[in-house]
Design a protein around this ligand. Structure first.
Ligand SMILES: Cc1cc2nc3c(=O)[nH]c(=O)nc-3n(C[C@H](O)[C@H](O)[C@H](O)COP(=O)(O)OP(=O)(O)OC[C@H]3O[C@@H](n4cnc5c(N)ncnc54)[C@H](O)[C@@H]3O)c2cc1C
Length: 297
């Protein structure tokens, strides 16, 4: 039984835990167990046990790209914030999966290192953000990741080079191979001009504050921008959907490609609103919007 395993292995865990703090939509979902592995070996043993015993589980980063659809998750949520070591050796960084991407970006920019300026406004963790190939301003993590250490489907620790990670727009091998979990990464940056780097990130920060609803819970952009068309936000706005609300889920008045939790939204409200937006945009422009966020059933 899962509880015996957790106790025998002295894992840090919470039973019937509320995930509100662990997803940026601040949805209130209860999970059966919330576990924080302290080492990569603990994580490996836990994954092996969960797969062998056919328990449901998800490894989460900062929960800034997910929607918990139901009020109960009958499984184990694994969070890697205890795997958070970092070594900065000149322009080479070795960093664990649970480290904050935003923090790493700000730290390296402050050291005059170039390459992660785009990531200063992305509130993810390193492992998940590499899996999502997070990016902005035409840059993405695939440009700076040299290699990652993963737990593979045989529960071995292996190093995979960036060529093996099938990076694409907001996509990588990890979206297909759900059993592969990133435990750490090697990132290579370049020496740059510190003053210029700091000015760049400061300007972008102001722009984000001006254009995005950062004061409300969300999970960033909801849909991809359709190729060869106006941006998803513009299409949604032209459908007159800004401010449209289902439950507490609302199309942001500031940026129509953001859905915000305006108070008490459930995952179901958010999913209903997503479907409404997709339907309206399809009817008005004959465009099938593609969801960027991940719905967890
Ligand atoms: C205000 C705001 C602004 C945002 N701006 C951007 C932006 O500019 N660009 C952008 O790309 N995104 C943006 N996002 C979305 C989000 O922050 C990114 O996608 C981020 O990289 C997700 O990281 P996370 O740790 O929160 O992932 P989570 O949401 O926790 O997880 C995402 C996926 O990764 C998987 N995963 C988690 N850990 C691992 C691991 N160790 N190994 C393998 N798979 C793993 C999870 O199972 C899940 O499927 C924004 C979000 C917000 C709230």
């Amino acid at each position: 039984m899962i509880k015996n395993f957790i106790k025998e292995h002295h894992l840090e865990y919470y039973e019937e835990a509320n995930l509100k703090r662990y997803n940026t939509y601040r949805i209130e979902t209860i999970c059966k167990y919330l576990v924080f592995p302290k080492t990569k070996e603990e994580l490996r043993d836990l994954l092996k046990y969960l797969n062998n015993s056919k328990e449901r589980y998800i490894v989460l980063g900062n929960g800034s790209n997910v929607i918990f659809k139901n009020v109960y998750y009958d499984g184990v949520i694994i969070i890697l914030t205890k795997l958070n070591k970092i070594i900065i050796d000149d322009d080479i960084i070795e960093v664990d999966a649970g480290y904050s991407l935003q923090k790493l970006a700000l730290e390296t920019c402050s050291l005059g290192l170039e390459g992660l300026e785009f990531a200063c406004g992305i509130p993810g963790h390193i492992g998940a953000s590499i899996a999502m190939n997070a990016g902005a301003y035409n840059s993405s993590l695939s440009e700076v990741v040299e290699s990652v250490e993963v737990i593979n489907s045989n529960y071995e620790f292996v190093t995979m080079t960036k060529e093996e990670l099938e990076f694409d727009y907001r996509n990588s091998l990890f979206k297909r191979e759900k059993e592969y979990i990133i435990v750490s990464a090697i990132i290579k940056l370049n020496r740059g001009n510190k003053a210029e780097i700091l000015e760049k990130i400061s300007k972008r920060r102001v722009k984000r504050i001006e254009t995005q609803p950062l004061d409300m819970p969300s999970a960033g952009s909801v849909f991809r921008n359709p190729p060869g068309m106006p941006a998803a936000g513009a299409l949604i706005e032209q459908c007159g959907l800004k401010g449209y609300n289902i439950g507490g889920a609302e199309v942001s008045n500031k940026h129509a490609n953001f859905i915000v939790n305006a108070g008490g939204a459930t995952g179901k409200d958010i999913v209903k609103l997503i479907n409404k937006v997709k339907k309206e945009v399809k009817e008005e422009f004959n465009v099938d919007l593609i969801l960027e966020q991940i719905i967890i059933d």
